[in-house]
Write a protein that binds this ligand. Structure first.
Ligand code: PLP
Length: 347
């Protein structure tokens, strides 16, 4: 359902607002100093998070970016390279933190849909010589955000991660939306995570909590990650107040399947009207990418006209619209969005 003022915000799954249950949990959370490891709500959340992805330990962090950077800081040395797809969040949208914080640069593979084949990974490793940076880490992003929330299939991840491991690389999953991949495929989170040394996932995206992410991995890796977290200024104190809604989000993670159903309704409604604008095969989770050049509207103007009708949509470029479903939009909001399009078409 839209926000209380009727606004339906389709820009991102990060826009959700805490539910009444989450707000109550925040008010009532048992807290302690988490830097001393004494916040019982954070400790419970870390245990539940580790269990949800089948890892022994977890570290709560304020953001997905910090989760990724702790993994890089833990699994590499300065001067190393990390392998990822060209359009990886960790490479493009974390303000060069890997370089600035850990002294690590990226080697990229084209990676349509976030995919990297075993052959590509092997070639990258084989081409690395003593006078080149040491490739020490493979980073997956699943689901892959800018491809439109596409799932990187388990079998591909398994084959390529196997090649990476054989080549001496560690493996990290940027699983900001791993539970969307789980809902879309039925592959358990622990199976994806089992391919990697570390996985981070976000409570503040499809899971619908206001704040927070978590990095999961071995006890040793998480002990090191805690150290890096403190260095980055991420050691928080009575942070149980934000871990409490994250616990609810994690508990209710199966709800994500509903976002996928709503995204499909939206994609089909758009495709019925403008078949060339939406590639239905790419709508695998909670995102719909719309090719604005296939619409009879100017995209910037469309954004504006929607906005005036209480519907917020986002763009990924001058001609590309990205619509994202989440807990705070539903099938009625999709019907509203489509009705606005029909109205604009008539005028
Ligand atoms: C795939 C992916 N990884 C990491 C992040 C970073 O999360 P945060 O904004 O919490 O730093 C995002 C944010 O949108 C994301 O989409």
């Amino acid at each position: 359902m839209a926000f209380a003022d009727g606004t339906a915000d389709f820009r991102s799954d990060t826009v959700t607002r805490p539910t009444p249950e989450m707000r109550r949990a925040m008010a009532e959370a048992a807290v302690g100093d988490d830097v001393y490891g004494e916040d019982p709500t954070v400790n419970a959340l870390e245990e539940e998070s580790a269990a949800a992805v089948g890892k022994p330990a977890a570290v709560f962090v304020p953001t997905g970016s910090m989760g990724n950077q702790l993994a890089i800081g833990t699994l590499t040395r300065p001067g190393d390279e990390a392998l990822c797809v060209e359009a990886a969040h960790v490479r493009n949208y974390e303000v060069a933190a890997a370089a600035a914080v850990s002294g690590v640069q990226f080697r990229t593979l084209p990676g349509p849909g976030g995919q990297m084949t075993a052959e590509e990974v092997k070639t990258a490793i084989d081409q690395s010589h003593y006078h080149m940076p040491r490739i020490s880490l493979l980073v997956w992003e699943n689901t892959h955000n800018v491809s439109g929330g596409t799932v990187v299939p388990y079998d591909m991840m398994s084959a390529s991660s196997g090649v990476a491991r054989a080549g001496g690389l560690a493996v990290h999953i940027d699983g900001a939306r791993i539970f969307n991949a789980v809902a879309a495929t039925g592959t358990p989170a622990a199976d994806f995570a089992g391919l990697a040394d570390t996985i981070q996932f976000c409570f503040s995206k499809g899971l619908g909590a206001p704040v927070g992410s978590v990095l999961c991995g071995s006890e040793e890796a998480m002990a090191e990650a805690r150290y890096v977290r403190k260095r980055l200024g991420g050691g928080m104190r009575q942070v149980g107040v934000v871990a409490a809604p994250a616990r609810i989000a994690l508990r209710d993670r199966d709800r994500i399947a509903e976002d996928h159903r709503v995204a499909r309704l939206l994609a089909e409604g758009l495709s019925d009207r403008y078949p060339a604008a939406v590639d239905l095969a790419r709508v695998e989770t909670n995102m719909v990418i719309v090719d604005g050049s296939a619409l009879p509207f100017d995209v910037a103007e469309l954004v504006d006209r929607f906005h005036r009708r209480g519907i917020i949509i986002g763009t990924l470029g001058p001609d590309m619209i990205r619509l994202v479903t989440h807990r705070d939009v539903n099938a009625d909001d999709v019907a509203r969005l489509l009705a606005v399009l029909d109205e604009l078409e008539r005028h």
